[in-house]
Design a protein around this ligand. Sequence first.
Ligand SMILES: [Zn+2]
Length: 161
Amino acid sequence: MKLPYAEPLTPIAPSIPVIPEPRRRGEPGGDPCGLCHQDEGIWSDEHWVLHIAGSSIPGTAWLASREHVDSFADLPERLAADFGRIAGRIEKAILAAGDFGRVHLYRWGDGGAHFHVWFYPRPVGMMDAVKFALPVWEDVMEPAPQPAIDDIAKKIAQALG
Ligand SMILES: [Zn+2]
């Protein structure tokens, strides 16, 4: 694993904690939720909507629940159980759509309080970007051309049916 910056990197101390933390979109006191009225993405069913991201790695996608809940701990039992099923299907669809070594899942939730999980495909052989370096590389690399993103989105959607 390697970060996309020249070494030596200089460690810094974390900033002073911000307490109380700023309100996120979609939580009481925060800006309105942007996902309660989301579009249908590249694929959807009665519980989930899969969106493709404008990204330096075509195939980067994020899955959102239709229901406004915050995190895994807040998912109703039926959705929590269904998440594993659908995450596996999406992983398989992404792996089949491009030359990827692995698909990483990330759930941050620091921006919005509506459940969403990121799927980051790591290009095959890109060993610099294993583990948590992948989203850093994704952020630093040049954005992929939109036709490449659209092409893989179409393949993922077709695989999901
Ligand atoms: Zn919402």
